[in-house]
Design a protein around this ligand. Sequence first.
Ligand code: NAD
Length: 316
Amino acid sequence: MRILVTGGAGFIGSHLTRRCLDSGHAVSVLDNFNDFYARSLKEANVAERCQGAEVVEGDICDAELVNRLVRDGKFDAIIHIAARAGVRPSVENPRAYIETNIVGTQTLLEAAHRGGVGKFLFASSSSVYGLARTVPFSEDLPLPQTLSPYAATKLAGEHLCGNFSHLYGLPVVCLRFFTVYGPGQRPDLAIHKFTNLIQQGLPIPQYGDGSTRRDYTYVDDIIQGVMGALDYQDTPFEIFNLGESETTTLTELIVALETALGKKAVIERLPEQMGDMPLTCADIRKARRLLGYNPQVPISEGIPKFVHWYLTSRSL
Ligand code: NAD
């Protein structure tokens, strides 16, 4: 297949690009290398995982560029991973999130429709579940309220995808990722941020009493689910959770990192953050049934793997 991966210089996008290339697909990456975190980390992702892909530096909101790329690329599939990610920064700067995550997604959908692209995959997020109280979260839960601009833009993105499928018959799969970690993880996310701070002997900010729970998903498992979605053909529009379906408290996470690093954390207790979800947990039965999804890396194995990468990577 010929595949366009947006956000391919980022954490998840670069792992996905590698997997697509290894599976024999031709891959083009579209990424604007924005300064949400250091450009050098994105360049390292490209150097490590995108060898063999065509890398185009540009913005998904640039309709002229996107239309030209999609027209000339004759893609069989677009895997739309690019986004402004992160809950807390979205509270500070919602407009950047609305621009990239809503306008950018619409721009890609229009180009996909116009270019006759056979498949559109959209990276959504567990944050769309907001304050949902029925756990584990299943895809058919009604979603009346999100808790952050980031979550609202991801839910809007899903709806735009649904429109294109309904109105124009574009085959779309939305994938709700549950906190993803692994080599190259974004430096703003807790596992990477805490590892950095513990390693340097600096205090780690713990928001709340440590009892918040997250479903942490190892990046290889996420990629397995995305590849399953690429093959999925049964219905024109579907939403799937991709998580481990296992929850870890913040306190347990810190202990796991201390153990893997062989260092004690200095904890700075701070009030809970607005916009954060108290709990995430994926019901993954639908993905297991229809995508053959079968996550393999529990947090007990994933944290040591992450720390090994961290200690041996050149970013040190
Ligand atoms: P990331 O920031 O590492 O990757 C996103 C990439 O998109 C970056 O390389 C960035 O430069 C690029 N990008 C951003 N705006 C762009 C624009 N306007 N035009 C072109 N490129 C642009 O983030 P990630 O953690 O790899 O997340 C990837 C996707 O998965 C995002 O859609 C995110 O919302 C979603 N997601 C991630 C997690 C997680 O825990 N990491 C959880 C749920 C959902």
